[in-house]
Design a protein around this ligand. Sequence first.
Ligand code: SAM
Length: 208
Amino acid sequence: MMTRADIQSGALRGDAFRELLLSVPLVERDGWVDALLGFDAPPPDSADLPRGAVPYLPCGVDEILAMVAEVPLRRDDTFVDLGSGMGRVAILAHLLSGARAQGVEVQEPLVHLARARCAELALPRVSFVHANAADTDLDGSVFFLYAPFNGEMLSAVLRRIEEVARRRPIVVCTVDLELHGVPWLRARTTGNVSLTLYDSCVRGVPVR
Ligand SMILES: C[S@@+](CC[C@H](N)C(=O)[O-])C[C@H]1O[C@@H](n2cnc3c(N)ncnc32)[C@H](O)[C@@H]1O
């Protein structure tokens, strides 16, 4: 039986970790992952979330597995979860692919919890920034949004992501969020109904 110690030692990664997750019955998988990685129940959301910000709710493990396989996420990618909560997506994306992973989260208590998880799991290639994603410079090759914000805040973050796409080809992954009328993104259908992938297509920058 693989344990948290196998994560900490680096023995449990990539395909072996993926196979282990898939061996757990679907209905038990999310709770099982939380127990393995040491995620407790989240604290209450901040009472003063900025306008357009969606409260914390973790993305399902199945959507994360589908995203890693379908991008496909590679060790030389830099993965960025915008609105990273307690860090589950960034940590799982890293463990499944080896990619460097970063989370950007506006609620400071969640950032502290995410950093504590990484420290305990000994994951130096995963980091978390306390920031409003609409107000911070971004960089990375794969961006993930589990419906973290809407309205003008979403538009502002998309402008930040477009700045990255002007420098390099990127993939934007959304769960439970359709991006309409974004001319520099081309949607790909995926095998997961909740997940959409978008390839950047800014003129002059090659598609990934
Ligand atoms: C639906 S949860 C997704 C959490 C995480 N991606 C996951 O799946 O486990 C949305 C998160 O986005 C955060 N958030 C909302 N607006 C934000 C913003 N402008 N900048 C950074 N984080 C934001 C919220 O605090 C919340 O933790």
